[in-house]
Design a protein around this ligand. Structure first.
Ligand code: NAD
Ligand code: UDP
Length: 341
């Protein structure tokens, strides 16, 4: 299949492009490089022997999208492009709604003109807000998210659901990711956050490699086994494989489908610190800090629906997530290096 991958040079998009190529698909990548680097294309090519067709531009630019659909016979779209920093979304709501909501609407309009009606959308477990129960099933209440980023994901879910109600020849899959971590096992692709990482795993990795002194653990007084927050961390390669499974299930079968992509297991902050310390061979320094505003105590996925409908299940554990992150971080201590040819 020829698949337009928006945001295809970002963290999850780049790993998904590799898995698409490895499984006989042809990704066509578009990205505005607002949070990624063009040299990721070199890394994808080195791993797969194929260099995806790349289109530099913005998902909010309808004429630009129209021109991509005119140039390529696209079968399906995987829509990763968007902004993703929760804290930043609070100070820049207009930018977040514009990139995430408006970008998705422009994309859907351009797809409709081109007669391409298969789309997989990157949603997030954040749409569940503070869950009433774990594991979280797909029919749990959504919408009680507390920040513009989460609300932008919820709004796009609603827009795409309404689109399907109006035009039932679309095939729309909403994938709600839990906590993506890890890197390609080659150590050549991984997460490259700009500035101080907000997320746990990249922060731990930067402490381990000596870029930061110690991790601040946000709260040890949650009602969880060791008092620290519990999340469902999922290896980015498992996540990429989940997109392949969704792609195989969706194309040319109209419907609106919603799946959690997680492992079904919760791990605490200290579980992650310990797994990473074992992977890198030395202790990761940390100290306990107050809770971070807006954080929930625990969250993990029910994976039954994805398993049953897509035949997909995550297989990599937190030891593997830590080992692959460490491989990436120690090979690329400064992330993707601009000077690299
Ligand atoms: P990322 O920032 O690494 O990748 C997003 C890519 O989209 C980047 O390459 C960026 O340059 C590009 N982009 C952003 N705005 C664009 C625009 N207007 N036009 C064209 N390109 C644009 O993020 P990621 O971690 O790979 O996340 C991919 C998607 O998954 C995002 O939509 C994100 O919200 C969602 N998601 C991520 C996580 C996570 O923890 N990483 C969790 C749940 C959902
Ligand atoms: N966390 C932490 N220190 C950090 C970053 C995160 O203790 O520097 C904790 C956070 O409180 C939460 C877990 O790690 O319990 C995962 O946080 P992250 O921001 O990675 O994901 P999210 O909050 O979106 O689930």
């Amino acid at each position: 299949m020829k698949v337009l991958v928006t945001g295809g040079l970002g963290y999850i998009g780049s790993h998904t492009c590799v898995q698409l190529i490895e499984n006989g698909h042809t990704p066509v990548v578009m990205d505005n490089l607002s949070n990624s680097k063009a040299l990721v294309l070199n890394r994808i090519e080195a791993l797969t022997g194929q260099r995806p067709s790349f289109h530099l531009g913005d998902v909010r630019d309808e004429a630009f999208l129209d021109s991509i659909f005119a140039q390529h016979q696209i079968d399906a779209v995987i829509h990763f492009a968007g902004l993703k920093a929760v804290g930043e979304s609070v100070s820049k709501p207009l930018e977040y709604y514009d990139n995430n909501v408006n970008g998705s609407l422009v994309l859907a309009r351009s797809m409709r003109k081109a007669g391409v009606k298969n789309i997989i959308f990157s949603s997030s477990a954040t749409v569940y807000g503070d869950p009433q129960q774990v594991p979280i099933t797909e029919d749990s209440p959504t919408g009680a998210t507390t920040n513009p980023y989460g609300r932008s994901k919820y709004i796009v879910e609603q827009c795409l659901s309404d689109l399907f109600t109006a035009e039932d020849d679309w095939s729309i899959t909403l994938l709600r990711y839990f906590n993506p971590v890890g890197a390609h096992p080659s150590g050549t692709l991984g997460e490259d956050p700009q500035g101080i990482p907000n997320n746990l795993m990249p922060f731990i990795a930067q402490v381990a490699v000596g870029r930061r002194d110690k991790l601040a653990v946000f709260g040890d007084d949650y009602p969880t086994p060791d008092g620290t927050g519990v999340r469902d961390y999922i290896h980015v390669m498992d996540l990429a494989d989940g997109h392949l499974a969704a792609l195989n299930a969706l194309t040319n079968k109209s419907g609106l489908h919603i799946y959690n992509l997680g492992t079904g297991k919760g791990s605490s902050v200290l579980d992650m610190v310990n797994a990473f310390s074992a992977a890198c061979g030395h202790p990761v320094a940390y100290e306990i800090h107050p809770r971070r505003a807006g954080d929930i105590a625990e969250c993990w996925a029910s994976t039954a629906k994805a398993e049953q409908d897509l035949g997909w299940k995550a297989t990599r554990d937190i030891a593997q997530m830590s080992a692959d992150t460490w491989h990436w971080q120690s090979n690329n201590p400064q992330g993707y290096d601009e000077l690299e040819k």
